[in-house]
Design a protein around this ligand. Structure first.
Ligand SMILES: Cc1ncc(C[n+]2csc(CCOP(=O)(O)OP(=O)(O)O)c2C)c(N)n1
Length: 297
C-alpha cells in the first residue's frame, strides 16, 4: 500500500504543458498535471479519444478505444524487448474509454497481467462529444442522453463499480484517487509506477461543463465527493488486500455533494434519500473490508 507523502515531497517539475485546450476548472487537466508530475519523464503515454485536457512533454501514442489495451500492451512489450524497463507504458483514458468502449481490451490486459499502468480520469460521462451518459455516470444524473422531464429522471442505473471489477482480475494494484486530495493521488502514482504487472488508478475529475457547477468550485466538489462517501479513496492489491485511505469519523450528508451540481438539481427528497442509503450501505461494507484488511463482499 502507498505511504503518505508530504507536500515537500511532491516533485516540482511539470510534465504537462499549460495552457492546454481544457475548459476552465477542468478536473481532468488537473488529474493529468498531478499524475504525470508523479510519473516523471520516463513515460510513453497512450491516449484514446477523449477530452483534450492536456499536452504532456513525454512521447505519446494514440489509437482507437477498442485497441487501447492492446496498443498499451504492445508498447510495454516493445520496451521490454529493447531492455528499457526504466520507461513506463501509461494509459491516460477517460471513463468512456475505461468503463465502456475500451473495456474489453483493458480487461484482457489485466487478465494477462501486462506490465502497464492505466490511469483513468473519471468525469462520469462522454464529455468530449457533448456529455452523453457513460457506464460511469451516477444514478439520476442529467446528461444529454439521460434527460430530465415528464418521462425521465436522468440516468436510471448506478455507476459501475469499476475498481472492484478490475480488482476481480486479481491484478497487483487498483486504487481510486481524487483531484481534491493531491498528496494521496501523487503517493499512489509514485507507489504504483514501480509495481511490475497491471496497475490501475481511477481519478475522479469533476467537469464543470457537464456536471454544471461554478468552475471555481472544482476542488470543493472533488473534496465533498470523498467526504460524503460518494467517491471513497481506496487501494486493492491482488484482488484481496484492502485499505480505505480517507476515513472520517462521520460522513457528510450526500446533499453537500449533490446540491451544487445542476446535473442533480431535479432530484426529489426520496431520490436523494435513496442515494444516501446506497452510499451509507456501501460505506459500511467498505469499512468492514478496511477493518479486516481484506475485501468482504
Ligand atoms: C468506437 C468509437 N465510438 C465512439 C467514438 C466517439 N467518441 C470520441 S470521444 C468520445 C467520448 C469519450 O469519453 P470519455 O472516454 O469519457 O472521455 P472524456 O471525453 O470524458 O474525457 C466518443 C464517444 C469513437 N471515437 N470511437
Amino acid at each position: 500500500m502507498s505511504e503518505r507523502i508530504t507536500r515537500a515531497q511532491i516533485p516540482m517539475s511539470e510534465m504537462t504543458i499549460t495552457p492546454g485546450s481544457a475548459c476552465q476548472g477542468c478536473g481532468a487537466a488537473l488529474a493529468a498535471r498531478l499524475a504525470f508530475k508523479a510519473l516523471g519523464p520516463n513515460v510513453i503515454r497512450h491516449t484514446i479519444p477523449c477530452c483534450p485536457d492536456s499536452v504532456t512533454k513525454t512521447p505519446r501514442s494514440g489509437g482507437v478505444f477498442e485497441g487501447g489495451g492492446a496498443l498499451l500492451t504492445g508498447t510495454a512489450h516493445g520496451l521490454a524487448a529493447i531492455g528499457r524497463s526504466d520507461v513506463k507504458a501509461v494509459a491516460f483514458f477517460g471513463d468512456g474509454g475505461t468503463y465502456d468502449i475500451g473495456f474489453q481490451g483493458l480487461s484482457g490486459a489485466a487478465e494477462r497481467n501486462e506490465n502497464v499502468f492505466v490511469i483513468t480520469k473519471d468525469n462520469e460521462a462522454y464529455m468530449n462529444t457533448g456529455n452523453q451518459r457513460s457506464g460511469s455516470t451516477p444514478k439520476y444524473s442529467r446528461t444529454s442522453t439521460t434527460p430530465v422531464g415528464v418521462a425521465s429522471r436522468g440516468k436510471t442505473t448506478h455507476k459501475k463499480n469499476i475498481p472492484f471489477i478490475f480488482a476481480a482480475h486479481y491484478v497487483p494494484y487498483v486504487a481510486t484517487a481524487s483531484v481534491g486530495y493531491p498528496e494521496d493521488l501523487i503517493a499512489k502514482v509514485n507507489y504504483a509506477k514501480e509495481i511490475e504487472g497491471f496497475k490501475m488508478l481511477i481519478i475522479q475529475a469533476p467537469c464543470p461543463v457537464g456536471w454544471r457547477f461554478d468552475p471555481a468550485k472544482t476542488i470543493d466538489i472533488a473534496r465533498s465527493g470523498v467526504q460524503t462517501g460518494v467517491w471513497p479513496l481506496m487501494e486493492i492489491e491482488y484482488g484481496e488486500t484492502f485499505k480505505l485511505n480517507y476515513k472520517p469519523k462521520e460522513l457528510k450528508p450526500v446533499t453537500e455533494y449533490l446540491k451544487p451540481q445542476a446535473r442533480f438539481r431535479h432530484m426529489t427528497d426520496d431520490e436523494v434519500n435513496e442515494i444516501q442509503e446506497f452510499t451509507t450501505g456501501r460505506w459500511e461494507s467498505l469499512l468492514k473490508s478496511d477493518e479486516s484488511g481484506k475485501i468482504i463482499i
